[in-house]
Design a protein around this ligand. Structure first.
Ligand SMILES: [Zn+2]
Length: 219
């Protein structure tokens, strides 16, 4: 999102918007599973995460996740929104540096996250860049930090409503809470294809050895 307007999307590129529209069109069925998660929950997990690795989950292998954000007094409260939303499944400490957060002078975006994961579904590291001037970014720096944190821990897209909508300015939705709770209830690399209606394929192929590394950048 640019600083020019409250109504500009956090995600500006045509590619990104096309991705958003394609994701919005993906519905899911209902029905509760024995683990308390519905087939719809698994479909959402696939859409915003496992679709990037042939239907295998992508997450940090260990929690708490170390965050280096010394220049951001608001970071712990912003990151910890995900701790609350996931019922404690995701947690952070502020002495590590697995996720690093830094300022940049830019008007191209409010926040930008680049993360890397290996082919076993383990996130290796993440870098978050926060625009110095958050004027025009809905929810301000706190919401931008929380939104980018969502990407850095595995929400790999944008949904229609909630904190991870591309415009910002909304709290974490129930769907997003269930997404993160389910993601961090499953081991990295968990095959969820059996929970979906059909087998999927991806150009990024799961490999138990984790010998390949993939990079993903999103606003
Ligand atoms: Zn985003």
């Amino acid at each position: 999102m640019t600083q020019a307007s409250k109504h500009f999307p956090r995600c500006l590129s045509a590619l990104c918007l096309a991705l958003l529209l394609s994701l919005v069109s993906c519905g899911g069925g209902g029905g509760g599973g024995e683990d308390g998660f519905t087939s719809s929950d698994y479909q959402i997990l696939y859409t915003y995460n496992a679709s990037q690795l042939g239907g295998h989950t992508i997450r940090w292998a260990r929690v708490p996740i170390g965050v280096s954000a010394g220049a951001f007094p608001d970071a712990p409260a912003a990151f910890n929104r995900w701790n609350s939303a996931s019922g404690g499944k995701v947690s952070f400490n502020y002495s590590g540096s697995s996720i690093s957060v830094a300022y940049r002078t830019t008007t191209a975006y409010c926040g930008l996250t680049t993360l890397r994961w290996n082919s076993a579904g383990q996130i290796i590291d993440a870098d978050i860049i926060i625009a110095r001037n958050q004027g025009g970014c809905a929810g301000g720096e706190s919401d931008t930090l929380a939104h980018e944190a969502g990407h850095a821990i595995g929400f790999l897209g944008h949904d229609a409503e909630g904190l991870m909508n591309p415009f910002g300015g909304q709290p974490i939705s129930d769907q997003e809470s269930r997404f993160m709770t389910l993601l961090y209830s499953l081991a990295p690399g968990t095959d969820i294809n059996g929970k979906l209606g059909k087998s999927r394929s991806s150009s990024q192929i799961y490999n138990k050895s984790g010998n390949k590394v993939y990079t993903f950048t999103i606003q």
